[in-house]
Design a protein around this ligand. Sequence first.
Ligand SMILES: Nc1nc2c(c(=O)[nH]1)N[C@H]1C(S)=C(S)[C@@H](COP(=O)(O)O)O[C@H]1N2
Ligand SMILES: [Mo]
Length: 181
Amino acid sequence: MKPCWHLVSGAARAAVLVWVGLAGVARAQQEPEHAHAKAAVSSEITVTADGRSMALTVAQIEAMPQKTVTVHNAHAKADETYAGVALGDLLARFGLAVATHEGERKAEKSYVRAEGTDHYFVLYSTVEVEGAMHTGDVIVATKLNGKALGEDGSFKLVSTEDKKPARWVRNLSAISVMTVE
Ligand SMILES: Nc1nc2c(c(=O)[nH]1)N[C@H]1C(S)=C(S)[C@@H](COP(=O)(O)O)O[C@H]1N2
Ligand SMILES: [Mo]
């Protein structure tokens, strides 16, 4: 039988609409304040630089020299301690060391594109991620407060100088360096 909406009285229609509206409000209020869409968890991170591409696992990242940073997450309104590899140290393994004048010149003309499994991506100037050139740390974290990152994925990019966590990338899955000529 087809619904006979035209037969329903005006008052009854209004009641149905109010009920549907209130149900929507109740649902919205159940969402936690920092809820975000569930994204696929990254199991590897692909680093591309100078035409070379390499996938790295958590074990490989954790075998590199580790850096620990404590940052205030303005969204979560909490201090968080992340551990992982400094992005500059990671890039140095891909021939992007800034120990020489030429290396520095290249960094000054390059940028880093960091992307998550949900395709959210951000840019950093390469200079910003080089501890030898810039204040602050940008790390590829694999741990938060001593534990795996959970639903933030296997890897998360975290920076200490940003006032908001918008350039932190959860479920980090790809890092590529581009040089502007
Ligand atoms: N992968 C991924 N990372 C992301 C985002 C996103 O949509 N996807 N949003 C960014 C933005 S705009 C903010 S403010 C913070 C919010 O992080 P939180 O929800 O974990 O507090 O994550 C950043 N990192
Ligand atoms: Mo944001």
